[in-house]
Design a protein. Structure first.
Length: 554
């Protein structure tokens, strides 16, 4: 029978570090960092004391706006150790999204780097908090963000109004280990430890509250499916701000004493170098990441013989790519996983014991401790095998709820505890699931979940736009791209590029529409509801995307 971890994350880390003191825990060659489990545990305690030193209390929300830096992983466990909650921030966010997240999450502290890609974090935070140059670190006072007090900069220089990382760590010098231990010993494993923002099924992003018990045990089961152990080394080049990085990656490693080899961000050449030099036995990724490595001009120059397993997930996995990964990257035991943030996140997964046909054609069977079913979307009745319906699940993995959104929580978790995923699928007589579509109006672009309403709300603020509808448009490369159907206030008053620039300036670049169509009206049904499926059909015809709809996928 499956055993579950009945401890909070801090206590569990102590246990692992006691048993595997000299096993490498965190390896980040880009930062010249190598920590054994014992060394990692000690650093986590030191940083936990720093949090107490700046006044962070149990239950406080700490936001992390950074790529995969060493501090990201350390703070994840340090906040857990003192009962604080780590709030993950998408590295592509710009001011519109950051302000919303900080306000909605009630974050007291924000860690940040210089920026990433086309987002300059320092410029954004100075625009959000105009008086930073006159503010002492730890004394932020801004009306629109009433909870925010601390900014901590993860860089080599200093910035007005912010603690440097070293200054922050020194704040714990007068705090004893005993203070941390006392808090840790009294933490329930069912308390919230992580808030992940997801596009949800309606409206703006929602903060999914995940507990110690949720993510520890999901990580345990994920790692079991890959047969992970202290002999494995997992390359984590997926973002830590996403469940793919912090649960399928970090938590599956910690629960199996596996070595985490972490890259700052994904670069196919760097990833292949790390696989070879660190002799990684496992690697995760969305299909696009594997494609980038397989198609890299130097792919044949690298030795992948150490690889054994990993996870491909985040968007439909093309059968051709799966077979190439097995044959050319030696990942004979690669697995497929399916889930969503609200489910901690994995619901189903193939295992190393499943034959290759199962692993390329399904998303596996339900993980231990989780019950799933296919329900009729209209009646909520359980449907028989091989009948299409909504995937629902219940068990240890279901989130505690959306932060400060009780009504939204009720909309996805019913009175009997079933989480309604909004995904359409089927299950066969042997318990293997396939995903066939979505009820929810979500766009999944290269593994990134994008909710159209959020982009629509932004575009509504443009003075030249009367109305707008955002839809998913089929794409061979990314699964879906974003299409914008715009009714301008004055005909011919704006260009496609203006629409794209407006989104690109205010939101993460990946939310920028690839296609823009100006129309005079939207197709509606008899009840006056806009028929987005007809807009999608129109986009397929206008942009000649019929071929992109017929990709052979698992």
């Amino acid at each position: 029978m499956q055993k579950f971890i009945e401890k909070n994350i801090g206590m569990f880390l102590h246990d692992v570090s006691d048993r595997y003191k000299s096993t490498e825990c965190l390896v980040m060659p880009e930062f010249n960092l190598r920590l054994t489990y014992k060394e990692f545990d000690d650093v986590v305690t030191k940083v936990a004391k720093a949090f107490l030193g700046i006044g962070v209390k149990k239950g406080d929300h700490i936001a992390m706006w950074a790529t995969n830096k060493p501090q990201w992983v350390i703070c994840f466990f340090a906040t857990a150790r003192i009962g604080a909650v780590l709030v993950t921030v998408n590295t592509n966010y710009k001011i519109f999204e950051l302000e919303y997240l900080l306000r909605q999450s009630d974050a007291t502290t924000l860690f940040l780097i210089d920026g990433f890609k086309d987002s300059n974090y320092i410029e954004i935070i100075n625009e959000l908090i105009p008086n930073l140059d006159d503010t002492k670190p730890g004394e932020i006072n801004i009306k629109k963000l009433p909870f925010l007090k601390n900014l901590i900069y993860l860089g080599d220089t200093t910035n007005d109004g912010m603690f440097s990382w070293d200054e922050f760590v020194q704040k714990g010098n007068d705090i004893s280990d005993d203070e941390v231990t006392e808090i840790e010993n009294n933490l329930s494993m069912h308390e919230v430890v992580n808030i992940q923002y997801t596009s949800g099924t309606t409206g703006f992003p929602k903060g999914v509250m995940l507990t110690h018990y949720n993510i520890l045990n999901n990580g345990l089961n994920i790692g079991n499916s890959m047969n992970l152990s202290e002999k494995d080394r997992l390359l984590i080049h997926v973002p830590l701000f996403h469940c793919f990085g912090c649960v399928l990656g970090v938590m599956s490693c910690i629960t199996h004493a596996t070595t985490m080899v972490i890259a700052d961000n994904f670069n196919p050449l760097n990833s292949m170098q790390l696989i070879e030099s660190e002799k990684c036995t496992a690697v995760h990724g969305v299909p696009t990441m594997f494609i980038f490595m397989l198609e890299h001009k130097d792919f044949k120059n690298f030795d992948f013989s150490s690889l054994r397993t990993g996870i491909m997930a985040g968007s439909p996995c093309p059968i051709k790519v799966m077979r190439q990964v097995v044959d050319l990257m030696n990942m004979k035991e690669i697995t497929i996983a399916y889930g969503q943030t609200e489910a901690s996140p994995v619901i189903t997964q193939t295992t190393v014991k499943d034959d290759i046909e199962i692993r390329v054609s399904t998303v596996g069977s339900v993980l231990p401790g989780i019950t799933a079913r296919i329900a009729d979307p209209e009646t909520n009745e359980t449907l028989p095998p091989n009948t299409q319906g909504e995937i629902c699940c219940k068990g240890y993995n279901v989130m505690k709820g959306y932060y400060n959104m009780a009504e939204a929580t009720k909309n996805v978790i019913d009175a009997n505890g079933w989480l309604h995923t909004g995904d359409i699928g089927v299950v066969d007589e042997n318990g293997y699931y396939k995903i066939t579509g979505r009820i929810k109006d979500m766009i999944i672009r290269g593994g990134e979940n994008i909710y159209p309403r959020e982009i629509e709300e932004l575009l509504y603020t443009n003075d030249k736009i009367s109305d707008v509808q955002i839809i998913g448009v089929p794409s061979k490369e990314l699964g879906e791209e974003i299409g914008a159907f715009v009714i301008p206030k004055v005909k011919n008053s704006m260009t496609e590029e203006e629409v794209k620039d407006f989104v690109r300036t205010h939101m993460a670049r990946y939310k920028t529409p690839k296609y823009v169509v100006f129309v005079e009206e939207f197709p509606m049904n008899a009840a006056g509801k806009i028929q987005k499926f007809k807009l999608r059909e129109q986009a397929v015809e206008v942009f000649q995307l019929a071929d992109a709809q017929n990709i052979e996928t698992a």
